[in-house]
Design a protein around this ligand. Structure first.
Ligand code: HEC
Length: 102
C-alpha cells in the first residue's frame, strides 16, 4: 500500500513537471507586461531574443533591480519574480525561440 502511494506520488509529480512549459510560465507571469512579438508595457520577446543571451535573460528575471543599468534602462518597473531554476530555463528558452520572428 505504501509503495503504491509512493508510485502514485512519483507519477503525478512527474506529470505536473512535464506539463510545465515556457509558454505556461509566460502566460502566468509575463503576459500582463510582455507579448511575444508586439510591444506591450515591456519589450517583446523577439526584440529581447535579438540582443540578449540566455544568461543575460535569466539574470534580468532574477533581479531587474541589479541589472537594469547594464541593460541600458534608466529605471526599472518590472516586477521582482521568484522563479526556480527550471522555470528560469524554460522561460529563457521560450523567449529565445522568438529570435528572428516577426
Ligand atoms: C509588471 C510588468 C512586468 C512583468 C510582470 C514582467 N516584466 Fe519583464 N520587463 C518589464 C519592463 C517594463 C521592462 C523594461 C525594463 C524595466 O522596466 O525593467 C522589462 C524588461 C525585461 C527584460 C529585459 C529586456 C531587455 O532589454 O533585454 C527581460 C529579459 C524580461 N523583462 C523578461 C521578463 C519575463 C521572462 C517575465 C515573466 C517571467 C517578465 N519579464 C515579467 C515589465 C514586466
Amino acid at each position: 500500500m505504501k509503495i503504491f502511494s509512493i508510485l502514485l506520488l512519483l507519477l503525478t509529480t512527474s506529470l505536473f513537471a512535464d506539463a510545465l512549459t515556457g509558454k505556461k510560465i509566460f502566460q502566468t507571469y509575463c503576459w500582463g507586461c510582455h507579448h511575444q512579438t508586439a510591444m506591450a508595457f515591456g519589450p517583446p520577446f523577439n526584440q529581447i531574443a535579438a540582443k540578449r543571451t540566455k544568461v543575460e535573460i535569466k539574470a534580468y528575471i532574477v533581479s531587474p533591480k541589479s541589472m537594469y543599468k547594464a541593460f541600458g534602462y534608466k529605471r526599472t518597473v518590472m516586477t521582482q519574480l521568484h522563479l526556480n531554476t527550471k522555470e528560469l530555463n524554460l522561460i529563457s528558452d521560450y523567449i529565445l525561440s522568438y529570435r528572428g520572428k516577426k
